[in-house]
Structures are given as C-alpha cells and as structure tokens.
Design a protein around this ligand. Structure first.
Ligand code: NDP
Length: 291
C-alpha cells in the first residue's frame, strides 16, 4: 500500500484564496487588514521567513509593515516598537519573528503584544483560551495541521491522536486543538517510555520533534494518517536536503495518508498566519466570521 499524499502546497493555496476573498469583503467595508512583522538581528533563516510572510501578505491584499532592529537592540527598544504597534488602530496583527537574540527575554516580548493582535497565538491569554476551548487566535502551525487533517479525514471525533513533541509552539497547542475536535489525545516527549508502542496505537500521528526520520514504519498503525511537522536539514549523498521527523519512504507504505517534507505543513503555517490576520481585523471591528 502506498499512502495518499497530503498536498500542503495545494491546500495552502486554497486557504490563501479564501483569505484573499475575505480581505476583499473587508476592503469593501473600508477596512484594510494590516500585519506588522518585527525582525531583530540578521539570522538568515528569519530573514527568509519574514520576506515570505511579507510577500504572501501582499498577494492576498493584506498591508504589511516591517520593523527591523539590529542584533544588539535592547529589550526596551523592541518593547517600544511593540507598544507603538499595540496603540496603532490601523495595525491588526503583530508578529515578532523568533528566535530573538539571546539577550532578549522572548516571553517578556510575546506577553507585551496585545492579545487581540497576537496573530502567532503565543500570548498566555490566547494559550489559556485555547486550552479552555474559547475561540482565540491559534498558533499557525498546529492550526494548519488541523486544516490538513480535516480536509483528509472530515470529522475527527473519537480518533486516537498521538502528538510526538510537547513544545509551546507546536506540540501543546496541537494537542489542545485535537482535544477540542473530540480526539483522544496522547502526547509523547523525550521521557516517554516505549514511544513507538504508544504511537503504534494512533489513528492520527502528528510528529513535531526536530529529529530527522526518527519515526519509522514500526511506529505506525496500518492505515494511520501522518502529519510531519519536522523540518531538518541534513547532508546526504553529498548534498544538503530537507527531511521531516518521519521516515517518509518507509512510513508511506504503512500509512493511509502522509504529508511530504517539504510541501506539507510548511506552506500551511504562513497561510494560517494570513487567516489569523483577517480574523484579528474582523474581531477588532466587531464583525463575525460571516460578515
Ligand atoms: P522543540 O525542540 O521546541 O520541541 C521538540 C519536542 O520533541 C520536545 O517536546 C521534546 O521533548 C520532543 N522530543 C525530543 N526528542 C524526542 C524523542 N526521542 N522522542 C520523543 N520526543 C522527543 O521543537 P519545535 O516543536 O519547535 O519543532 C519541532 C520540529 O518542527 C522542528 O523540526 C522544527 O523545525 C519544525 N517546525 C516546523 C514548522 C513548520 O512550519 N512546518 C513550524 C515550527 C516548527 P522534551 O519536551 O521532553 O524535551
């Protein structure tokens, strides 16, 4: 059996088309959604991520603003930018690109963002709301995984989902979203005993570990749906390439559906960021999802 490929690129394109239509509706009401992106330092990967976010925003009609601070900027300087953006009613979403330079306390900066403009969903107000099942701005990568799962499986109710990884940005919010979708959820981490046995019981596996091809075919129940969040750069056969946390070639022979890396979860993250920006703009103007 060879698994169905879950095409994140195609799904992300659909999400972006939906967002562009929503932006057009808002613009007809005189509202221009705006996303501010704050980049501190010169990390090359962060620069690429920021460039892609700004490009994607432009494509769907979202106005973007970029704030670049030098690598030695003080925490106070970053907090000043965040405070100004919080106070600017024309800005609907604020994203501080992570990681921040080590001398800046990330939590302090993320907590300074107005929760209503927190399009990354990392503020404790939004994290708490998510665990209570309230409608909040949700972290983009797990929200993208949910869209892929719903498009693949439809109703997730009653499924046993295993999330491998418990980070604040992927694993924990992913588990909360699966629980809210009425899955029975198991979360595995570096201290889990016999993780392959627990994972092998899952109907849905979401891998967010950061270890190349750690999850082999022996971890997967035949017919399971596998979402691979991992992005790992490795050198193989004399060239550099990206691989996931799942051993794709082996697992695709066991699973019923699987995301590739690249082209799976990656493109969804940025699409969901655009969706969150539109949601934030709507909420700030007192509009519902239908308006
Ligand atoms: P973190 O390093 O923050 O978390 C990794 C998690 O994996 C931890 O909870 C850790 O457990 C767990 N873990 C480590 N080793 C094992 C093991 N042997 N068995 C079981 N669990 C283990 O990573 P992130 O969550 O930030 O990212 C995970 C991956 O997803 C990375 O490859 C990252 O690049 C990618 N990523 C992709 C995104 C996308 O858009 N596609 C977005 C964000 C991340 P413990 O808590 O015990 O240490």
């Amino acid at each position: 059996m060879s698994a169905q490929l879950i095409d994140g690129k195609a799904t992300a394109a659909r999400v972006l088309a939906e967002v562009a239509a929503d932006v057009a509706v808002l613009k007809a009401k005189g509202i221009e959604p705006a996303l501010a992106v704050v980049l501190v330092g010169n990390d090359p990967a962060s620069q690429v991520y920021v460039r892609n976010k700004v490009l994607r925003a432009g494509e769907v009609g979202i106005r973007s603003l970029e704030y670049r601070l030098s690598a030695d900027a003080s925490a106070e300087a970053v907090l000043e930018v965040v405070a100004a953006l919080n106070a600017d009613a024309s800005v609907n979403g604020i994203l501080v690109q992570l990681p921040l330079p080590v001398h800046i306390d990330e939590t302090r900066v993320l907590q300074a963002i107005d929760p209503a403009k927190d399009v990354d969903g990392f503020h404790s107000e939004n994290v708490g709301g998510l665990s209570q099942g309230r409608p909040v701005l949700t972290p983009c990568t797990p929200a993208g995984c949910m869209r892929l799962l719903r498009d693949t499986l439809g109703d997730l109710s009653g499924k046993h989902a295993v999330v491998v990884g418990r980070s604040n940005i992927v694993g924990k919010p992913m588990a909360a979203l699966l629980l809210a979708a009425n899955c029975s959820v198991t979360v595995l981490h570096s201290r889990s005993v016999k993780p392959e046995k627990l994972c092998g019981q899952a109907d849905i596996v979401v891998a967010a570990v950061g270890r190349p091809r750690m999850i082999g075919a022996d971890w997967i129940k035949p017919g399971a749906v596998v979402i691979d969040v991992g992005i790992n750069r490795i050198d193989e056969d004399g060239r550099s390439r990206l691989v996931g946390d799942v051993d794709f070639d082996a697992v695709r022979e066991v699973a019923s559906a699987i995301t590739p890396v690249p082209g799976g979860v990656g493109p969804m993250t940025i699409a969901l960021l655009m969706q969150n920006t539109v949601t934030a703009a709507r909420q700030q103007h007192g509009l519902t999802a239908q308006e």
